[in-house]
Design a protein around this ligand. Structure first.
Ligand SMILES: O=C(O)CCC(=O)C(=O)O
Length: 266
C-alpha cells in the first residue's frame, strides 16, 4: 500500500467532526457548531470585521441591486483574526465528508445583511454535478443569528434530491413548510452542503447581521472569480501556516514537510 503522506490524507485522518454533527450534515445538509477560538474573542473579531470593511477598496465591495446586503471579498487577506476560519478542523472534516477527495478554499468574504433586508429566494450554490460540485459552505456568525435579524433558513434533506427551488416552487422567496432557521450565538459556525436549499431570512431588526462566508470546492475545480490566489499579500503569505497555504492552493507542495496538521499550524 502507498504511504498516505499527502496533505489531503493528513487532513482526512486528523480533522474531526462529532458523530452527531457528521450525521446532521449527511442527513439534513447543515449543522451549527461552536466556531474557532479567535484571539481576543468575539469582540476582537467584531472590531477586526468593522475595520476590514471600513478600509476595503470600494472595488471589493458589492451591495447588489437591492442594497439588502453588502459583500466584501477576499477575507483571506484582511488580517490575522480571520486566518483560523478556513482551516478550522471540523470544517475541514466536513469538506472531506462531502467532497470526498482533495479540496481547496474557493473564496472567503464578509456579508453584512442590512436592516430591512427582505427574505432571499431559496437557492443552491452550485448546480448538481456542475464544475465546483460538491461545494461546502461555511458561515461564521459575527453577530448572533436569530429569527429577527435574518438567520439563514434551510430546507432539511433537500440536498438529497436534484431539483432546485426555482424548478419546483412557485415563488422561492416564500416560506417553505419544512424550513428551519440556523440560529446561534456570535462565534458559531454553520457548515452546510451547498446543495441544500437555503437563503437568508428577513432582517427585521435595526442592526446589521454580520457574517464571514467561505466556500470549498474540489481541488481541480475553478475557484470563485475573486480568487485569493491571484492577489495574496506578502504579509499574509508570511503569516499563515503551510496547512493554510495548501488549503488556499498557494505556494506549497502537495507533499508536506510536516507529519501532522498540528505541526503545520504551528
Ligand atoms: O447570508 C446568509 O444567511 C445566506 C447565505 C447564502 O445564501 C449563501 O451562502 O448562498
Amino acid at each position: 500500500m502507498t504511504p498516505t503522506n499527502d496533505w489531503h490524507s493528513i487532513i482526512a485522518s486528523e480533522s474531526h467532526l462529532s458523530p452527531d454533527a457528521a450525521r446532521q450534515l449527511r442527513d439534513i445538509g447543515f449543522v451549527v457548531v461552536p466556531g474557532p477560538v479567535v484571539l481576543g474573542g468575539c469582540e476582537q473579531l467584531s472590531e477586526a470585521y468593522d475595520r476590514a470593511v471600513a478600509t476595503a477598496d470600494p472595488a471589493d465591495m458589492h451591495t447588489g441591486r437591492t442594497r439588502s446586503s453588502t459583500r466584501i471579498n477576499d477575507f483571506v487577506n484582511r488580517g490575522p483574526e480571520f486566518d483560523g476560519i478556513y482551516i478550522y478542523p471540523p470544517l475541514l472534516a466536513a469538506c472531506c465528508q462531502i467532497i470526498r477527495g482533495p479540496f481547496k478554499l474557493s473564496g472567503m468574504r464578509a456579508r453584512t445583511l442590512n436592516p430591512g433586508a427582505p427574505t432571499e429566494r431559496l437557492h443552491v450554490d452550485v448546480k448538481h454535478r456542475a464544475n465546483g460540485w460538491p461545494l461546502v459552505g461555511c458561515i461564521l456568525m459575527v453577530d448572533v443569528f436569530d429569527s429577527e435579524n435574518g438567520a439563514t433558513r434551510f430546507v432539511p434533506g433537500s440536498h438529497l434530491q436534484p431539483p432546485e427551488p426555482s424548478e419546483v416552487m412557485t415563488n422561492p422567496q416564500d416560506a417553505h413548510e419544512e424550513q428551519v432557521l440556523a440560529c446561534g450565538p456570535a462565534g458559531s459556525v454553520i457548515i452546510f452542503n451547498a446543495s441544500v436549499w437555503h437563503s437568508h431570512g428577513a432582517n427585521r431588526s435595526a442592526r446589521p447581521r454580520r457574517s464571514i462566508q467561505a466556500h470549498f470546492v474540489p481541488r481541480e475545480a475553478q475557484a470563485s472569480p475573486d480568487d485569493h490566489s491571484r492577489r495574496m499579500r506578502p504579509e499574509t503569505l508570511q503569516r499563515i501556516s503551510d496547512l493554510a497555504k495548501y488549503v488556499l492552493n498557494v505556494g506549497t507542495s502537495n507533499k508536506p514537510m510536516h507529519a501532522t496538521c498540528e505541526d503545520a499550524r504551528a
